[in-house]
Design a binder for this molecule. Sequence first.
Ligand SMILES: [Zn+2]
Length: 354
Amino acid sequence: MAYTNSPLAVYRSISPHSSPRTHAIDTVTIHCMAGNLTIEACGTLFSSSSRIASSNYGVGSDGRIALYVEEKDRSMCSSDSVNDNRAVTIEVANDGGAPDWHVSDKAMHALIELLTDICRRNHIEGLRWEADRSLIGNTDRQNMTVHRWFAPKACPGNYLYDRHSYIAEEVSRKLGTSPAQTPEPATPPLQKKLYRIRRSWSDSRSQTGAFSSLKNAKAACPDGYTVFDSSGNAVYSRASAQTAPPVPESAGTAYEIFVRELQAATGAVADGCAGAGTLSKTVTLSKIRNNRHPAVKAVQKYLNSIGYDCGAPDGIAGPKFERAVKAFQKANGCIADGEITAGMNTWKKLLKLS
Ligand SMILES: [Zn+2]
């Protein structure tokens, strides 16, 4: 089929990290930038040759939309090539931090407009969301996926994740009211008995899914949510402490750049989100060990940005590097030996993993 791109994109910065699609577009994947990047800054990240990362579109907190990878091509976005080959991926800027990764109203509005346009041009009748990982690829029932299903990540953040039902409803409603489409009612009539997952019954906006099977509803119920029957009676609740919290992704441009540069330098998955995988790829850096490793420069830049003077980031770990590392270690309760040992405490502190 002939692919087109959204006319809603006001900025274009084509990333080298893409290849021709091997599957028609039938899915959308909404991501969070884990930072308040402008669409231009995100485009710069995605155009860097050292970071294998991209998305088809980006949405800024100001509601502006960028094109990074044309729809005819797959992006490198969701840690899953099957998904990226069939999905249009969208990175949305966050005006708040972990664990919610809040998104501005302007960005949310632009995201819904963009998704509506993507569906219309790619002949997708509506968006469907059941918050059910087992339905990946079963696009008749669910044609939205999330990064956290493919990798141990918080992406797209709880704010966007919790609003997937709302987003699906809004986009489907807009498509339904389009003159080009057969009109559909905004919400299906309540002829079917559905179990709905919400924070509270009255907070319909918090709904993350609706299931005909109670078992599926229980399985998909996130922390702090409750499953309600059609009459609004609570039938199952999941307390906040029952499962592990999402992997933290810290905000801040310097930190995010550091994580991405470090991942590129160590061969970790370059997704900008630090986790166990990134830590496992770290190497020992000091004045005498790996003192010219590509990761040295990323550390120098980051230490400088948080107030530990490394001098000009030249990619060589020398006396200034050692002094800065010692100062960082002292301030963060690590043994102040001037060495960043692979997988150990200083790396964890630098990556904000402990
Ligand atoms: Zn993501």
